[in-house]
Design a protein around this ligand. Structure first.
Ligand code: ATP
Ligand code: MG
Length: 231
C-alpha cells in the first residue's frame, strides 16, 4: 500500500479501542478530515485525546473500526512510509546528545545544510541558532548546550518543517510552557499548520483558534462535533 503524493486526508471510522481488554478507551469514534482541514480535539484528562492521535500515527491499531490516512488503512501501511508523511509533536521533546544538525536530520547525512537552516528559520529559531558557538555543529543535549523548554519545543517544530509532512498531529505541544513562551511559539505553529491536514489536541481551548472544527471527547465518546461555536 502506498500513500499518494501531495495533501492527504484522514479518517476514523467507528473506532473502538482499549489498552486493557474490557476497559474501553474509545467507543465508536468517527471523523473525516479532507486534505488541508484542521480538527481540534478537546476533553478532560483521560478522555482519549492522545489515544486518537496515536492511532493516526500508527502506534496502536483499533479493536474495531478503521483508521485511514490518504485513503489507506493505517494498519496496512509500512511504518516508515507513514512516518514520512505524518508527524507527531507532543510536549516531550527528545534532544539527542549530538549536533544541532543531527538533532534535526536524525543522523541522515544526505540532508543539505541549507535545508536544515531553512527548517530552523521556519520554526523561528534563527536568532537562537545563529548565536550558537559552532552553528549547526554545536552539540546539544545532556551535559552540552542547554536549551529552554520553549527552544526544545521549537526544535521539535523544526524537525517537522524539515520533513515537510502532509499531516501534522499536535498533542498539547505547548502544555509544559508558560503562557508567555506559548505565545512565542504561535507564529511557528501557524506556519506549520498552513496547507497541512492537522489534528490539534489542546486542554486550553484558546490555543485552538487555528482549527476548522472541534471534536469534544468525554470518556472515549464523541459528545460534540462541529464548528468552533460548540465551545
Ligand atoms: P490527557 O488530557 O491527560 O492527556 P487524554 O485525553 O489524552 O488525557 P489518553 O492518554 O488518550 O487521554 O488516555 C485515555 C485512557 O486510556 C485513560 O484512562 C488512560 O489512563 C488510558 N491509557 C492511556 N495510555 C495507556 C496505556 N499505555 N496503557 C493502559 N491505559 C492507558
Ligand atoms: Mg493526552
Amino acid at each position: 500500500h502506498h500513500l499518494p503524493a501531495g495533501p492527504l486526508g484522514a479518517r476514523l471510522d467507528r473506532v473502538s479501542f482499549w489498552y486493557d481488554p474490557g476497559e474501553p478507551v474509545l467507543r465508536d469514534v468517527s471523523f473525516r478530515l479532507s486534505p488541508g482541514e484542521r480538527l481540534g480535539i478537546v476533553g478532560r484528562t483521560g478522555s482519549g485525546k492522545s489515544t486518537v492521535v496515536r492511532l493516526l500515527f500508527g502506534l496502536h491499531h483499533p479493536v474495531s473500526g478503521g483508521v485511514s490516512v490518504g485513503g489507506q488503512d493505517v494498519a496496512g501501511l509500512d511504518t516508515r512510509a507513514l512516518r514520512s508523511r505524518v508527524a507527531l509533536v507532543t510536549q516531550e521533546v527528545q534532544v539527542f546528545h549530538a549536533t544541532l544538525r543531527d538533532n534535526l536530520t536524525f543522523f541522515d547525512h544526505s540532508v543539505d545544510d541549507h535545508r536544515v537552516r531553512d527548517a530552523l528559520d521556519e520554526a523561528g529559531l534563527t536568532d537562537w541558532w545563529r548565536e550558537l558557538p559552532d552553528g549547526l555543529d554545536t552539540v546539544l543535549g545532556t551535559g552540552a548546550r542547554g536549551m529552554s523548554a520553549g527552544e526544545e519545543q521549537l526544535l521539535a517544530l523544526a524537525r517537522v518543517f524539515l520533513r515537510d509532512p502532509a499531516v501534522v498531529l499536535l498533542d498539547e505541544p505547548t502544555a509544559r510552557l508558560d503562557p508567555h513562551t506559548e505565545r512565542l511559539l504561535m507564529p511557528a505553529m501557524e506556519r506549520l499548520l498552513e496547507g497541512r491536514t492537522a489534528v490539534v489536541v489542546q486542554h486550553r481551548p484558546h490555543a485552538l483558534r487555528n482549527v476548522d472544527r472541534i471534536l469534544v471527547l468525554d470518556a472515549g465518546t464523541v459528545v460534540e462535533h462541529g464548528e468552533q461555536t460548540v465551545l
